[in-house]
Structures are given as C-alpha cells and as structure tokens.
Design a binder for this molecule. Structure first.
Ligand code: ZN
Length: 439
C-alpha cells in the first residue's frame, strides 16, 4: 500500500507526464569524434547528436552545447547507432549440458531466468534491438513487455515465438525422443495443413508476436531431420505467408537446402535464415522478391568448434551436420553479397554466449563483405527487415536515442565492435567508458 505522501507524489508525476511538463524532460548532447550514422557509407567527423528524452532531435556539424543540455563527450570515439541482431534466441543459452536431458527437465520458467542475464549481456555488447526467432511464446512476449516497461534492462525485442513447422521437422520438440513422451506445449507450433497454418498464425498474433518464423527445411542441431529436404508443403508455406502478411506480420524462414530456399522465396517470405545451400538461381530469386538473407555465421562457427571438440554435447547426428553446414555458411554469404542480395545481420545467439554477438562482424568480413556493409547489415538492414526504420537503425532526427561508441575506427578493425565502450538505449546510458551502468 502506498503512503498518502507517495500517492500524492505519484499523482503529480502522472499529471506531469500527461501534460508533458518540461520538468520531466531531459536534454542531452553527444559530441561524436566520428559518426557512422547507420545509413550512409561515409563517416562524418566532429558531429553533435541532440537528444530530448528518448529520441534524437537533430544531428549537427561541429560540437554544439545548447544551454541546459548534459554533454556526453565521445569526441575521441566512433559513434554508431545501436546494433540490431535479427536472429537471436534470448531465452536459451548453450551450457555444454546433455541436450536431451535438458529437453525433458527444463521448461519456460527456467528459460525466463536465463533470459535476464542474456538480455543484459546483449545490451552491454551494443545490441539495442534483437529479433527473437524462436522461443516459447509466453516467455518471449512477457520478456519483451518487461524490457519495454523498464522492469529489466535489455534490448528492444521483436519476437516470433515458437517457429511453425511440420511434425518431425526442425521445430518439433519430440524429434528423437521416445514416441510415448508428450507435453501439451510440444504441439502448439506444429503445422500439417494450410488450415492449421492459418489458425496458428492467427492464434500467435492474438498472443502478441511481432513476426512469424517457419521451418521449411530440416535443421542442423535437431535430431532426425535433414537440412537438405523441404519439409513444409507449398500450400502450408503459402497459408502462413498470406495470413501473416494480412495481419501485418513478416515471415522469417529457416532454410538450408536449395529447394526449400527457392520455394520459400517464391512463395513470399521476407527473409531466409541461414540459406546454406543457396545458389546463383536462389540469389536471383531473392533479388527479384526483395528477400533478405540473415547469414548466421557465428552459430555455424560455434557449432563446428563444438562438433570437433565435444560432439557429445550436441544432439545425436548433429555433429556431422554442423561440420558440413558450418563452412558453407561463409561461402554462401560471400556469394550472396557479391550477387547483390540484401543482407541483415544475425547471429543465432544462444549457441555462442549471449553478448558475443559482435563476433559475427569479423566473420562477415572474412566472408567477403566490406566493414561498412557488415555494419549497415546490423543497422539499416536490420531495421528495414524488421519494418521499423522510422525508430531504429540510424542516428537521425526522430529515431530513438539508441547509440553506441567504440574506441577506434571499426572500418580499419572490425573487431572494435567486439569491444563496445558506450551504450545508450532510448536516451538511457547503460555503459560508459567500457563499464556497465545500472540505471
Ligand atoms: Zn535460430
């Protein structure tokens, strides 16, 4: 029960908030030594970023210090927009434990607590937005709300919930287990008909997801399904895409094999996740349809390392698949990039430790991307794929004050983005001079 005094104070705060009273407003100016604004390819030197509350109001040449504004001095740093990881699984983290034991002993309550630390480390790494493309609906939706309300610190979240896929496909939690075992939640996202697909998309939309994820092909870290095969039928993919788009939701498609990739692109999905065995024809289709590739090199690299050192820590049959797919992801990104396919940055975090997201950049450059294009994939690319470029992905007037800084030029050494020194999200500072700041 609030005391009378605190009730009165609360009433004053609420009234002030309703009236937009300037007493609550905060003006900040960041002096940026160099600015990579997230949309342009050429950095600017000596720029001031003016911020009012949670939004950027203007970006001006030179160092200006408006009266009453708090100055944040990043004049020796390179400033960028908060980064966007378009393929994350914030509610799970690989810990070397037996995956089958974990599948039958851990539930959503367990993963919700894992997520709190994961969200903090992701934010500390400079990722102010993530697209979560696979997690229990209740957990990721509650987490998105908890972060938005300020209950826990973390990146902005756009969530898919559980990936839709067929019985026995990459998203079927019962794969490889005793067929007598069941759990009420295991069938929520199974889709084996167009009618089922429509119903599931609508139910997920009602629950509060921001996009739909589908599994047209088999996967790597699951038991018994083949990454080369198209496992969802055309009419099921079509039903998902049409229903999701009619509700304003985008569709992300996990696909490794060429057949599943080409079919998903032709049937209208918005992004191909992984895309391992795409070829020149696939890239042509992706360009024609405006489909993004989310290359997820970090998970490929991590899975290969685990497969070599500790295959027993992966599901049965996964190590062989990881050793085959890992190197292909790198070649695929290089080929797709040179073919002119749109690229959005995505790590598939959860297998590598949360907070290591920035390691994807060096792999992207190794695959053949220029450092600035790798950065743009995590800024303009991510915001365009998510469909929220008016709010995130660039340092421009009107966008959220999601701003990071690194000590030296990331275009000269892309691994600078593994050592983010400053993080602001929505005008609130979460890291300064390389040290965490708890708001
Ligand atoms: Zn994934």
């Amino acid at each position: 029960m609030l005391s009378f005094k605190s009730q009165t104070a609360l009433a004053v705060v609420l009234a002030a908030a309703c009236l937009g009273t300037p007493a609550l407003a905060k003006d900040v100016v960041i002096h940026a030594g160099h600015l990579i604004d997230g949309v342009g390819k050429t950095p600017r030197a000596q720029v001031s970023i003016l911020i009012h509350d949670d939004r950027i109001t203007s970006v001006e040449a030179g160092f200006v210090s408006p009266a009453g504004a708090e100055v944040i001095d990043l004049s020796n740093a390179t400033v960028l927009p908060g980064l966007i990881d378009a393929h994350d699984h914030i509610t799970g983290e690989f810990d070397g434990g037996n995956p089958i034991v974990e599948a039958v002993t851990e539930n959503g309550y367990d993963s919700s607590y894992v997520s709190v630390g994961a969200a903090w480390r992701t934010l500390q790494a400079g990722f102010t937005t993530i697209r979560d493309v696979g997690g229990q609906n209740e957990v990721v939706i509650a987490m998105k709300k908890a972060i938005a309300k300020g209950h826990i610190p973390g990146p902005r979240m756009f969530v898919a919930g559980e990936p839709l896929g067929p019985t026995g496909g990459h998203g079927d939690p019962a794969n490889g287990l005793d067929s007598e075992l069941s759990h009420p939640g295991w069938t929520d996202a199974l889709v084996d008909s167009p009618e089922g697909a429509r119903r599931t998309v609508r139910a997920f939309h009602r629950q509060g997801v921001d996009l739909i994820k589908i599994m047209p092909s088999g996967g790597v870290l699951s038991i018994g399904d083949n990454p080369d095969e198209q496992l969802m039928a055309d009419d099921e993919i079509t039903a998902v895409v049409e229903t999701a788009h009619s509700l304003g939701l985008k569709v992300a498609a996990h696909a490794h094999g060429k057949t599943a990739i080409d079919k998903a692109v032709t049937l209208g999905v918005d992004s191909i996740e992984h895309g391992s065995f795409a070829d020149a024809e696939s890239y042509k289709l992706m360009k024609a349809h405006g489909t993004y590739l989310v290359p997820t090199l970090l998970v490929g690299d991590t899975a290969m390392k685990i497969a070599r050192a500790h295959p027993e820590q992966l599901n049965p049959s996964s190590a062989a698949k990881a050793l085959r797919v890992g190197p292909i992801l790198l070649k695929n990104l290089g080929d797709a990039y040179h073919a002119g396919v749109k690229i959005a940055f995505g790590t598939d975090e959860g297998l590598a430790p949360h907070g290591d997201n920035g390691r994807e950049f060096a792999l992207m450059v190794k695959a053949g991307m220029t450092p600035i294009d790798a950065i743009l994939a995590a800024t303009a690319g991510g915001s365009d794929l998510i469909g929220d470029a008016k709010d995130i992905g660039s340092v421009q007037a009107g966008r959220y004050a999601d701003i990071i800084a690194v000590a030296a030029d990331p275009l000269a050494d892309i691994t600078e983005l593994e050592r983010v020194q400053f993080v602001m999200k929505g005008g609130v500072v979460y890291k300064a001079a390389g040290k965490p700041v708890r708001p």
